[in-house]
Design a protein around this ligand. Structure first.
Ligand code: HEC
Ligand code: HEC
Length: 431
């Protein structure tokens, strides 16, 4: 089923294939091998939509808002890579957003929206509609003592809301998240669901207990296994497209036709009523989804190099691969993929907790992120910041934040002599 819709899209828009960027220039922008001419054309069209800045005018490319975060998808997924957190409280969020909810459960067992602000802080509004406010991050120092006694200064974010447009945000649960990389997702979507259930049911060393999220899919209109997002809160790429379109850009679609305004946001509702039909057509949804589905992950670098191979062994010996599992299967007849994830939720401890449940993901749970391509972040995105809120300045800090189910692995990492830690991290950066 899933494989079919992008093929149809490819055939439906078999325009002249546009030139694709060279791998060296755009390591996160390459299509999977084997695309035919129609597929290449569809890929280029989807890419154009992913990069398009939307406006609030009528006609194609219109329909932005009334409330929104950024003008385009690519704004938060720069070069298909990762967003970053602001450096301080006076800098605006550029490639990051804040999810909101009230304690308790909402429709379909998901987060319960805030009555005035909904499920996400939309910082901006079109002319005549007040934005919801600003989320400002301040960084607080945290001293972390390694197993060998040396100290490292980490930082954690403190979130504050400013210039609120629709009243106070009391008693709200919030979760600040950077835009995640969007390459290789078609391969993650193709991992057979049965394999994920089997993985979740298999006892793992170190007391690791991965769990699957189960979330509402607005496209198929049923509950489904969650795979995407930092808490695996989205089931499929098509669902991700319509949810992001509405939640981040304010674009309605056939699957989510109601505007992104709460009952209290009257100017937003009035403005939304003025527009005809939905903002993102069915074929646009399919084309963006097809583009994402076709984006390859960069190939690993350094296989066979002695430092990298030693690092691989240390990564496995430390227990990192229990969650960042090298291989995941693909449908019959296709080679497994080396994404370094299990796509499962894990309790990573109090330090990383956002305190905000998301379907079955608890307040301390995060989905193991794939590590493929992570070492190209500095080259592509010109920063070196990781984890769901971008707090880690480099891969070393990212590992030091691991706790909860990942505590045993982190402690083994910390007990390694610095030269061996460096090998392990060089391996991570080479995937
Ligand atoms: C304001 C910033 C922002 C904008 C704009 C935005 N995204 Fe995202 N995107 C995010 C964040 C943050 C996440 C992680 C969401 C979560 O964990 O809940 C995400 C997750 C995703 C994912 C899943 C990635 C993964 O590895 O699981 C995809 C796919 C995606 N976005 C596509 C899109 C598309 C398509 C658009 C445009 C319609 C878009 N995004 C617009 C911030 C943004
Ligand atoms: C119990 C499962 C588990 C184990 C074991 C584990 N990790 Fe992770 N890892 C995660 C999860 C979940 C996250 C996401 C946490 C977040 O964003 O708050 C993560 C995040 C990361 C990141 C940042 C990824 C990104 O996209 O920002 C790196 C790098 C990483 N882990 C490396 C390691 C290394 C190296 C080890 C071994 C020392 C390890 N992990 C062990 C589950 C695990």
């Amino acid at each position: 089923m899933r494989r079919v819709w992008w093929r149809q899209a490819g055939l439906a828009c078999a325009a002249a294939a546009m030139a694709l960027p060279a791998a060296a220039a755009a390591p996160f922008g390459q299509p999977l091998p084997g695309l035919d001419e129609a597929g290449r054309a569809a890929f280029a069209e989807g890419r154009a939509l992913f990069q398009r800045p939307w406006s609030d005018g009528p006609g194609p490319g219109g329909g932005l808002g009334p409330l929104y975060n950024r003008l385009s998808c690519v704004a938060c997924h720069p070069d298909n890579g990762r967003g970053r957190a602001p450096a301080g409280a006076d800098e605006r969020m550029q490639s990051m957003l804040v999810r909101l909810s009230r304690p308790g459960r909402g429709e379909h067992g998901g987060p319960r929206p805030h009555p005035a602000y909904g499920e996400q802080l939309n910082e901006d509004g079109v002319a005549g509609v007040r934005g919801e406010g600003r989320a400002a991050l301040r960084w607080l120092p945290v001293v972390h003592r390694l197993a060998d006694g040396t100290s490292v200064e980490l930082r954690r974010p403190l979130l504050q809301f400013r210039e609120l447009g629709y009243g106070p945000l009391r008693g709200v649960l919030s979760s600040a998240r950077v835009g995640s990389p969007v390459y290789g997702l078609g391969l993650l979507e193709a991992v057979p669901e049965a394999a994920l259930h089997a993985l979740a049911a298999t006892p793992q060393p170190d007391g690791v207990r991965g769990r699957l999220n189960e979330v509402w899919d607005p496209v198929s209109r049923r509950m489904a296994v969650g795979r995407f997002g930092w808490k695996a809160n989205t089931a499929t790429l098509q669902a991700q497209v319509v949810q992001a379109a509405l939640g981040d850009l304010g674009l309605t679609s056939d699957a989510l036709p109601a505007p992104n305004c709460t009952a209290r946001q009257t100017a937003c509702r009035d403005k939304a009523r003025a527009g005809p039909g939905v903002d993102l057509s069915a074929s646009e949804v399919v084309r963006i989804g097809a583009y994402l589905q076709q984006l390859a992950a960069p190939a690993p670098r350094g296989d066979g190099d002695t430092t990298i191979e030693r690092g691989r062994r240390r990564f496995e010996d430390a227990g990192c691969a229990v969650c960042h599992r090298q291989l995941l299967p693909q449908p019959e007849g296709r080679a497994p993929i080396a994404a370094y994830t299990d796509l499962l939720l894990h309790d990573l401890g109090r330090g990383l907790a956002d305190g905000r449940p998301d379907y079955r993901a608890g307040p301390r749970d995060w989905r193991t992120p794939p590590l493929w391509g992570i070492g190209l972040t500095p080259q592509v995105n010109e920063h070196d910041e990781y984890l769901h809120d971008g707090r880690a300045r480099g891969l070393f800090e990212a590992v030091l934040w691991h706790d909860g189910e990942a505590r045993a692995a982190r402690r083994r990492f910390e007990r390694l002599p610095p030269a061996q830690r460096a090998e392990l991290l060089a391996f991570v950066a080479s995937r």
